[in-house]
Design a protein around this ligand. Structure first.
Ligand SMILES: *Cc1c(COP(=O)(O)O)cnc(C)c1O
Length: 363
């Protein structure tokens, strides 16, 4: 154990997901793998029906409620299957075959979500930025009042765009918050359903957070498989079957860390600072430029390219030599993507900016 730590290189992790988590969380999680809370057992071998794990699940659910300031109607679940399962589970639970759901198409994740919804009912794409390779968030659109729900992706991980304000609509709002959950305040109670895979800003891969207003459930005609019906998970306290225990535990540690930082308000201030620093460095550079429209730029995933694309490989090599990890952009956008999730320290952003400036000086 000691040797592993002694040899550990210092890395600056800008990866889009799975992504950086607080150092203290890794330390606590490592200890728990060897001896959970002095039980003499590893967290990995502890039964999920034990009082120890029950306490973990209960605290994780109630911390989400506390941090997001949720009302009594909003239930918190930790489910399997990643966010992609929610693309299917949401319409399965909310949309009848003859009904229509409205979707905003702001990237690959939105378009994957609406593709799944088509399996269960009608889909109306009320707006799309596809023609512009998803470099902006559409502003002028209307959501028909008879839509069963309106689905948005609050932060578009691949393109570096983000809804800075949530559109006011008269139908239930469903949001994929995978890559900006817990990073900024939103009026979370105004959403009928929120889902997020843990691996971007909440914990390790393997668990999905679902926040659902229980009043919207139970209104579809189709027979739902037991494991797909949110109501069964609510009834069983998110323990309908064996939960992904380790992923839930590490998510709990991350949520505890977030609370210690001062919660969402406090982390949002730091996140704003990190994003402003990096965007201003890019805007003021002669070599780099962002890909997203300025007003819609994401505070979580900063996507940028080089004005001279032939230099991109060189910069990636330099970044790698400096221990900057995970900044290669998604293949559909190219260039670079620096993800500034909650656990990424301000010092890492400063460091990236220094390396960019140094590179610029030498070319
Ligand atoms: C990563 C991501 C997903 C996919 O998550 P999986 O857990 O891999 O299914 C969905 N939506 C958004 C916005 C994402 O960033």
């Amino acid at each position: 154990m000691e040797d592993v730590l002694k040899e550990k290189k210092v890395m600056h992790n800008f990866n889009a997901g799975p992504s950086v988590l607080p150092r203290s969380v890794f330390e606590q999680a490592s200890k728990a793998v060897l001896n959970y809370n002095n039980t003499g057992l590893s967290i990995l071998e502890l039964g999920h029906r034990t009082k120890e794990f029950q306490a973990i699940m209960d605290e994780a659910r109630s911390l989400v409620k506390e941090l997001m300031n949720l009302d009594a109607d909003h239930e918190v679940l930790f489910l399997h299957g990643g966010a992609s399962t929610q693309f299917m589970q949401v319409p399965m639970n909310l949309l009848n075959e003859n009904e229509t759901a409205a979707y905003a198409d702001t990237g690959v994740w939105s378009s994957k979500a609406l593709k799944e919804a088509k399996l269960y009912g009608n889909v109306k794409v009320v707006c799309s930025s596809k023609e512009a390779n998803y470099n902006f968030i559409p502003k002028d659109f209307t959501v028909p009042g008879d839509s069963k729900y309106f689905h948005i992706t609050t932060n578009n991980t691949i393109y570096g765009t983000q809804w800075q304000s949530i559109p006011k609509v008269d139908v239930p709002l469903v949001a994929d918050m995978c890559s900006d959950i817990f990073s900024r305040q939103r009026d979370f109670n105004s959403f009928a359903l929120i889902f997020a895979g843990a691996q971007k800003n909440m914990g390790p891969a393997g668990v999905n957070l679902v926040v659902v207003d229980k009043n919207i459930l139970g209104k579809v005609d189709r027979a739902l498989p037991t494991i797909m019906d949110y109501r069964n998970h609510i009834k069983e306290g998110s323990m309908l079957n064996t939960p992904p225990v380790f992923a839930v535990y590490v998510s709990l540690l991350t949520l505890q860390w977030l609370k210690q930082q001062g919660g969402i308000d406090a982390i949002e201030k730091i996140n704003n600072q990190k994003a402003e620093m990096l965007y201003s460095a890019i805007d003021n550079s002669t070599l780099f430029q962002t890909t997203a429209v300025k007003e819609d730029r994401s505070k979580m995933n900063v996507c940028f390219v080089m004005k001279d694309p032939s230099l991109e490989k060189q910069f990636l090599d330099v970044a790698e030599q400096h221990g900057i990890y995970g900044i290669k952009g998604h293949r559909s956008v190219g260039g670079f993507r620096a993800s500034l999730y909650n656990a990424l320290p301000l010092s890492s952003v400063n460091y990236l900016i220094e390396v960019m400036k140094e590179f610029e000086k030498n070319y």
